[in-house]
Design a protein around this ligand. Structure first.
Ligand SMILES: Cc1ncc(COP(=O)(O)O)c(C=O)c1O
Length: 458
């Protein structure tokens, strides 16, 4: 596996010629800061201006080359500028760029491709607006339309987006602050977060307790929950800190929602399309957790083109034409690039590759739990990782400042990563799924060294 996909990335990485931000990056960042909104955030964590991306590598305007372990927040599954996706997008835009939802060949190809990947039960596909948030809005709208109910259950740590209902379903206080009143009728319950079990342990029973809690609030007429339209669940929590539920949890959530006649929406915007070693993360429970509705976006556009979709069961296909409309729901470049990327993923068993490479990376990252004192837990599934940085392994006190330092130092040494988690203390890795073994292991080595160096500083 070591040489697979080496032609897709720049041959030499990382290369740090000048500690980022170099002079050209700095000038562009200053201009950006003076003209764009103060809310712009990514360049604050990774100060650089980008010249180009190729595969799992990115070059900045100062000639530094990075190993991209951020992957555009999980968007760049087949890497930057994948040749098949580029070729397909170029061919499509010569023909058409916008057709609303009137059919074209590339749209039909995308639908056929999704049919190959989705479980047969999810027989209907609907393309919404261009972002993941919009897929969430459409999923909730469909669930409410079909059930005539409006309440929704989501999980602690959930991230579902920044628009109306999606923001209401997102837990991070920094996004919610000052936004009240948010959409009413949304309830949050504990997720299978073993490392910080909301039930106080034992860790390996967190899934049982969390599932029982869901059953309880749905069974108890005094729980304060009305019967909801749906439960929405990230099949692996992403922004919440790469929290990986057990297959048993996925299965139980499915069983409980079925028992109570409540729809299950799996949000696979981040965890879907090969990321976790399966095409969809709910497939880690085999066929025991087929949702009623699945949301997709991020990797769906192949090259980072904006597109989102939901797929759902036939019985839910009750809404009349025009019940949900929008202008940008047919991005031809996105369909073309996305379908080509998905074809490449399927033909090359990219989920299998992600599972195999991810296991090797995790084995190295796990060593940090014993070799350092500031890694509380290193966890991963496929090519989706979280490293919990703590001040003390026993008390598990989160160390958000140190996690941000990990991101900063890794960037300075040529590896791009992100920070997330309930306490903003989880270093998160979402590399392109076509990253070579060599780049992946080099990246892991640099991150491990950065963590060791930070430990020496404190
Ligand atoms: C699980 C999940 N759902 C929804 C979204 C929202 O997607 P977007 O940022 O494209 O609106 C995200 C974004 O990170 C996500 O991770």
């Amino acid at each position: 596996m070591s040489n697979r996909f080496s032609e897709l990335s720049l041959s030499e990485a990382p290369v740090i010629k000048t500690t980022p931000p170099g002079p050209k990056s700095k000038a562009m960042l200053e201009t950006q800061a003076s003209l764009e909104s103060s809310v712009v955030s990514y360049p604050k964590g990774m100060p650089m201006a980008i010249k180009r991306g190729k595969g799992a590598t990115i070059e900045d305007v100062d000639g530094n080359v990075y190993i991209d372990m951020f992957g555009g927040a999980g968007v760049m599954a087949v890497g930057h500028g994948h040749p098949d996706a580029l070729k397909a997008a170029h061919a499509a835009i010569d023909l058409y760029t916008h057709t609303l939802d009137i059919p074209t060949d590339v749209r039909a190809t995308m639908v056929a491709m999704l049919r190959e990947l989705l479980p047969a039960e999810l027989s209907r596909v609907f393309f919404g607006g261009p972002t993941g948030s919009d897929a969430v809005e459409q999923a909730i709208k469909l669930a409410r339309y079909n059930t005539g109910r409006h309440e929704i259950i989501a999980f602690h740590g959930a991230y579902h987006g920044m628009t109306g209902v999606a923001l209401g379903l997102t837990t991070d206080e920094s996004h919610r602050a000052g936004m009240a009143p948010l959409v009413p009728g949304i309830h949050f319950i504990p997720y299978d977060y073993k490392y910080r079990s909301p039930f106080g342990g034992p860790e390996d029973e967190t899934d049982l307790r969390a599932a029982e809690y869901l059953d309880l609030v749905l069974s108890d007429s005094h729980s304060g929950f009305g019967k909801p339209a749906a439960v929405i669940m990230e099949s692996v929590q992403g922004e919440g800190g790469t929290i990986i539920p057990s297959p048993r949890f996925l299965k139980m959530v499915r069983e409980i929602t079925t028992k109570h006649d409540v729809l299950l929406i799996c949000d696979e915007i981040q965890s879907g399309l090969g990321r976790t070693g399966k095409m969809f993360a709910f497939e880690h429970a085999g066929s025991d957790c087929i949702p009623d509705i699945v949301t997709m976006s991020k990797a769906l556009g192949g090259l980072g083109f904006p597109i989102s979709a939901i797929a759902y069961r036939e019985k839910l296909d009750t809404w009349p034409a025009g019940a949900s409309i929008g202008t940008f729901r047919g991005n031809m470049a996105a369909y073309a690039a996305g379908a080509a990327a998905l074809r490449f993923m399927k033909d090359n068993d990219i989920p299998g590759y992600a599972a195999e490479l991810g296991a090797k990376m995790l084995k190295e990252l796990k060593k940090l739990e014993t070799e350092t004192k500031i890694v509380g837990e290193a966890r991963g599934i496929g090519l989706m990782f979280g490293i919990e940085i703590v001040r003390d392994q026993k008390t598990k006190e989160p160390a958000s400042d140190l996690a941000k330092k990990v991101r900063k130092y890794a960037h300075q040494r040529g590896v791009m990563i992100e920070v997330g988690g309930h306490h903003n203390n989880v270093a998160r890795l979402l590399p392109p799924l076509i990253i070579t073994e060599e780049l992946a292991m080099k990246g892991v080595e640099i991150i491990s060294q950065v963590i060791r160096d930070i430990e020496k500083e404190i």
